[in-house]
Write a protein that binds this ligand. Structure first.
Ligand SMILES: Cc1cc2nc3c(=O)[nH]c(=O)nc-3n(C[C@H](O)[C@H](O)[C@H](O)COP(=O)(O)O)c2cc1C
Length: 149
């Protein structure tokens, strides 16, 4: 990939087994209607529930502006990225999330339409090197990042 930030991310890219670049699809909603139709066809939801989706949820996306579709794509893809990282660890791999790259170039370098696909993060993935001592990172105190009301 020639859109990464060389100084901070070369070690990860050079030593990992794979680097996955996660993008969000701002036009993902175009498949939602077919998905809900399938839910109805397979009797997973009633006609009443389908109509409700047609009149509430679907128009929300079909009339949404680019800002909302971009934010939504980022949320969806971040969840997928996190899930991938957790599954990787469960299988004995380690990952490193990376946003230190040229986000403006990411989609076109990968042959994707930059108007449709927003870069979310790179994920370096590989087996941890047992000969290198693991960095023991710190965490913010819980009360600094979590608020109950
Ligand atoms: C969204 C995001 C982007 C990040 N971008 C980079 C990056 O470009 N390069 C990098 O070395 N670390 C980056 N990091 C930090 C590492 O992925 C990782 O969080 C760090 O190594 C500490 O992980 P740990 O505290 O779980 O051990 C990023 C982290 C997040 C959450």
């Amino acid at each position: 990939m020639n859109f990464t930030c060389p100084s901070i991310n070369n070690p990860q890219i050079d030593t990992s087994s794979a680097v996955i670049q996660v993008f969000g699809n701002t036009l993902a909603f175009k498949k939602y209607r077919a998905l809900w139709d399938q839910m109805y066809a397979e009797k997973r939801i009633s006609k009443e529930e389908l109509d409700k989706v047609y009149n509430t949820f679907l128009p929300l996306y079909e009339h949404a502006d680019k800002t909302m579709l971009t934010a939504d794509a980022m949320v969806d893809s971040s969840l997928a990225a996190m899930q991938l990282m957790l599954i990787a660890r469960a299988h004995g791999y380690e990952t490193n999330a990376m946003t230190g790259y040229d986000a403006k170039k990411a989609a076109s370098v990968m042959g994707l339409d930059p108007e449709q696909y927003v870069p979310v993060m790179g994920i370096a993935l590989g087996k941890p090197n047992k000969n290198v001592e693991e960095l023991k990172s710190v965490r913010y105190p819980v009360d600094e990042v979590l608020k109950f009301e």
